[in-house]
Structures are given as C-alpha cells and as structure tokens.
Write a protein that binds this ligand. Structure first.
Ligand code: NAG
Ligand code: NAG
Ligand code: NAG
Ligand code: NAG
Ligand code: NAG
Ligand code: NAG
Ligand code: NAG
Length: 494
C-alpha cells in the first residue's frame, strides 16, 4: 500500500491511498484468492479507518500501534506538547516545546520524543543534545511548503556561498548545531519534505536562496539515524556537516528519480568516522556524495572527510551516480571503504569528480564487492567538473587523486564499464583493479576508457583494461609494464 499526499485545490492537505495491484500467481486456487482478498479487506478495515473531519480525509489507526520502546530515561509524546497529527495543523511549537523539555534533561540521560501515527505538519525546528526522536509506524513528519516559514541561515563556511544563490540559505527541516548524542529512529516512520513545490520553484527560478536539506546536523558528534524513511527532500536529504561519529543504518531514502533536482540521499561533508549501512536509496541526484567544501572556501576551512565506511547498500540514481566523491572536496577526502553495494538502473555507478581550483586530495579509496546492474557508466573519475562558487578560485589549486582500488566488481548491462579521465594537471595515480568482470551491452572496443592514469591490474579483467595500466598475473608477477600512462582514450559518445 502506498500513501501519497497531494495538495488539493481547496488548499487543504489530503491523504490518498493507492492500493498497488497485487500479483497473484495464476495457479492459486480461487479459494486461496478469496482468502487473500478477505485478508486484504480485513487488513484495511482493522488497521486503517478513514474518518472525515471538516471535509478533509485524515488517517486514523484503529488498532493499538506497535509499542514504542523506551530508549531514554524519560519519554514524551508529541501530543503532550499540543501536537495534532491531522496533516493540516502546524506542529512547529509542539516540536519546539518538546525539544526545550528534553534540553532540560541533559544531566539525566536526555529524553525521547515519540511521534505517534499520524501526519504531523511542521516548519523547521532544531534538535537538542541527548535526544532520541522516535517515529512510530505510520508516523509522518511533513515539511511545510511555504518557504516564508523556513528560517534563513548564513552560508556554510566551507562553501562561502549558498550553493545555489549568494548569501543566506534556507536551513533544514530538522536541524542541529553543536550537539552530541542524537538518535533519530523508529519503526520505519517517515520524514517527508514535500519537496515537489521546491523543485518546481527552483526550476522556474522563483527561489532567491539555496534550498534547505531535509536533515542537517552541523558541528555535532555521536549521531545515529536508523530505521526510518526519508522522502522528497527539497534539496540534499541527509547532510552531516563537520560531524564526527555518525551511523546511518537501515534507512530508506526516496525521491523521484527524475525532476527532483539535487535530492542527494546522504552527503557526509567534512565528516570523520561515518558508517552508512543497510540503506536503500533511490533519488533524483547522487545516492551518496562524500564532500569537504568548495574551492577557496573549502581550502580555507580545511576540514577533510575521513574514515567513511559504506556497506550493504542498494542505490539508484538515474541522473547522477550511486556513490560520488566530490565534486566539492577541497578539504580533502581519505580512507573511504565501499563494500557490498548494488547500483541498479542508474546513469553512473560510482564516480569521483573534481576540477582545477578545488585543491585538496582524494586518496585511499577502496571499492570492494560491488554489483552494477543496468548502468550506463560503471566507474567514473572526472577531473574537469568545472562548477565554481565564484570567479575567485585559484586555477592552480590542483587536487591530488591517488590510491584508488577496485576489487570484486561485477555486473551486467553496463555500457561503459570504466571511464577514468585524468589530465596533465590532475593525473590519477595508484589505481588498481582486481577481480573485475562486468557484462557489457554495447561494443567491445574503447569501453575501458583512460587518460593520464597510472596503476595496475591483477589477474584477468573483463573487458580488457586500457593500455595505461601495468598488468600483473594472479601470483603478482609483472606481465607487462605500461609505457603509456598518459595515453588518452576517452569517448563521451558511447
Ligand atoms: C504516549 O502515548 C501512548 C499511546 O499512544 C501511551 O500509551 C503512552 O503512555 C504515552 N506516553 C507518554 C509518556 O505520555
Ligand atoms: C536553529 O539553531 C540555529 C543555530 O543556533 C539558529 O540559527 C536557527 O535559527 C534555529 N532554527 C530554529 C528554527 O529555531
Ligand atoms: C520502510 O518503508 C519504506 C517505504 O514505505 C519501504 O520501502 C521499506 O521496505 C520499509 N522498510 C522496512 C524495514 O519495513
Ligand atoms: C559513537 O556514537 C555512539 C552513539 O552515540 C556511541 O555509543 C559511541 O560511544 C561513540 N563512539 C565514540 C568513539 O565516541
Ligand atoms: C538494523 O536492522 C538490523 C536488523 O533488523 C538490526 O539488527 C540492527 O540493530 C539495526 N541497526 C540499527 C542501528 O538500528
Ligand atoms: C579507516 O577507516 C576505518 C573505518 O572505515 C577505520 O577503522 C580505520 O582505522 C581507518 N584507517 C586509518 C588509517 O585511519
Ligand atoms: C557481496 O555483496 C552482496 C550484496 O551486494 C552480498 O550479498 C554478498 O554476501 C557479498 N559477498 C561477500 C563475499 O561478502
């Protein structure tokens, strides 16, 4: 069952139910089919009950919800602070009062705020330290669409700029600065940014400030985000900025795969010690993008992203890539491990992107056990991603890219398995491939594309590697040393 919210002509929030057509095996006896049908009807009757209030359909849960565990010494319900989960009442004050109450429990292990089943409309609000935000099954926090209710904040220091517009930017729907010990979890409840109106206004150039993320935590540590669903962010979905010790686990992130501009899933930015695991992400831009500031602003701020582990994730990005590193990477990015990841029906699987002017480095990146399923380009390194905050970047600030390893990479339906485009100014060094075999869809020549790449392959590699790389056998004996690491064989027409 899929629930969607739509803005009705009368200006009230409506909740629609679309029941997806269920697949019933043809061999199923009619008795079974009847039972399934009865079960479905019963399911709908028992669990959900529609009631009409003031001409607006709202959601009601008839049976007791799945019990909410107590994860802090004290717990509150949003309704204790006047919250109303009808999808129309603004709950900003209720959230603020709840957060204020929890902020007074700092010395006592903090507090938990339960958001019960219902649709809770709110403007942006801030979290506090030692807080657990718990989203019950059937709970939906809805971001208000009127941008006048979204407070403006100064630009991020390492971007020097609002990213889309100069000057201040919109804050995030759920926000926090200088916090520690934050947990956002639940029984797969949802935070829905209702981004559609933002995407439309952005495309129509009706916004004068950079759009806000759904969830942004800045200068904070000891963060756990788990077992929730995040949808339709106006901009990037989860943005930990200059944070330490962040775990994102069992999270579903959804946005339309096209026409939802910049709805990246998770963007760790100048963060250290980050684990992203067991996530399903299908969005309108990069699934995950590791960043560390933009050109001269990022160089000056000087905070790298380091020690990042991404594992057991399924990612989809029709517009950009499953996992990106950069393009904003001016504070440096190192020690990133990506393993057990599937990227499907995407434009690119994994991409490193940078440009002259960025400075910084991308090093010690290891990709292991990845599956590419129906992607146009598998592995991409691009060194001319010339998108700059302003004209004051230093073109001589050249990023370093080195020690990038790819092992146990398999897949099918890939058009161009590899496109590593270094340049004379930004050569790509220390690349290695081992156990690489990717099923191709197009033609056999010029699909392992390289330029200014130094490194090696070990054992058998399919499709045949570019001539830029040294070849070793499985035993580690040199078979052929490359004499042409700078040869250019890049073809964007494939
Ligand atoms: C929160 O609401 C639930 C019912 O949804 C109730 O059982 C529980 O006692 C309430 N908790 C608090 C702290 O008020
Ligand atoms: C959240 O906190 C930040 C930093 O203290 C502040 O600038 C912002 O106005 C606060 N937002 C809200 C909605 O209170
Ligand atoms: C959580 O909800 C999302 C969106 O409805 C769904 O796709 C996902 O399978 C759910 N996750 C779990 C663990 O039930
Ligand atoms: C990281 O955060 C988790 C969750 O708050 C905490 O249990 C753990 O002790 C933290 N680790 C470090 C090294 O601070
Ligand atoms: C994620 O889900 C698994 C399986 O349900 C569970 O064991 C694990 O504790 C969850 N992780 C977090 C951080 O909640
Ligand atoms: C690299 O990151 C991993 C976590 O993914 C961490 O365990 C390891 O200690 C880091 N290595 C270095 C050299 O910092
Ligand atoms: C490789 O990753 C897949 C998930 O994509 C996982 O099911 C499998 O167990 C992993 N293989 C190994 C050897 O870890």
């Amino acid at each position: 069952m899929v629930e969607t919210f739509a803005f009705s002509s009368s200006g009230r929030w409506r909740l629609h139910f679309h029941q997806q057509r269920r697949w019933v095996p043809a061999s199923l006896s009619s008795r079974m089919a009847l039972l399934v049908g009865l079960w479905l009807v019963g399911f709908m009757l028992v669990l959900w009950q529609r009631s009409s209030i003031d001409g607006t359909w709202v959601l009601r849960r008839a049976s007791p919800a799945r019990p909410i565990p107590l994860l802090r010494p004290r717990a509150f319900n949003l309704t204790d602070f006047g919250g109303v989960g009808d999808g129309a009442t603004l709950n900003t004050v209720a959230f603020e009062r709840a957060v204020a109450a929890i902020s007074r429990l700092e010395g006592e292990g903090g507090g938990q705020l339960n958001v019960q089943p219902g649709a809770w409309l709110t403007a942006p609000f801030n979290l506090t330290s030692h807080m657990t935000l718990f989203l019950a099954e059937g709970a939906v926090i809805l971001g208000v669409q009127d941008e006048k209710l979204w407070p403006l904040m100064p630009p991020l220091p390492s971007y020097g700029y609002g990213r889309e517009h100069k000057g201040p930017r919109y804050g995030s729907l759920i926000h926090g600065q200088n916090l520690k010990d934050i947990v956002i979890t639940g029984h797969n409840g949802t935070i829905d940014g209702q981004g559609k109106s933002w995407w439309t206004k952005y495309r129509q150039k009706r916004l004068y400030h950079t759009r806000g993320p759904l969830l942004q935590l800045m200068w904070s540590r000891d963060i756990v985000i788990s077992s929730i669903t995040l949808r339709n962010s106006p901009f990037w979905t989860v943005h930990p900025y200059d944070c330490k010790n962040v775990t994102i686990s069992n999270v579903t992130i959804l946005a339309p795969v096209s026409e939802a501009p910049n709805t990246d899933g998770i963007d760790p930015d100048s963060c250290e010690d980050v684990v992203i695991e067991n996530c399903y992400i299908s969005v309108g831009d990069d699934g995950i993008a590791i960043k560390s500031g933009w050109d001269q602003y990022g160089i000056k701020y000087g905070r790298p992203s380091a020690n990042i582990l991404i594992r057991n994730a399924v990612l989809r990005s029709m517009v950009s890539a499953g996992i990106s590193i950069g393009s904003e990477m001016s504070g440096g990015i190192s020690n990133v491990t990506v393993e057990n990841v599937v990227v499907w029906n995407s434009r690119r699987a994994i991409r490193i992107k940078t440009a002259p002017g960025r400075g910084g480095y991308i090093r010690d990146i290891s990709y292991h056990n990845l599956t590419f399923d129906n992607v146009r380009v598998g592995i991409v390194i691009k060194t001319d991603y010339n998108e700059h905050p302003d004209e004051d970047f230093n073109p001589l600030a050249l990023p370093i890219i080195e020690h990038i390893s790819y092992s146990a990479i398999h897949g099918q339906g890939v058009r161009v398995p590899v496109r590593i485009q270094g340049s004379e100014d930004i050569p790509v060094k220390g690349v290695s491939f081992r156990d690489f075999s990717v099923g191709i869809t197009y033609k056999k020549k010029h699909i392992f594309q390289c330029a200014f790449v130094q490194g090696h392959v070990i054992g058998s590699i399919f499709p045949a590697p570019c001539q830029n790389l040294d070849r070793y056998d499985e035993q580690g004996q040199l078979v052929k040393q490359s004499t042409t690491p700078n040869i250019i064989d890049i073809d964007y027409d494939i």
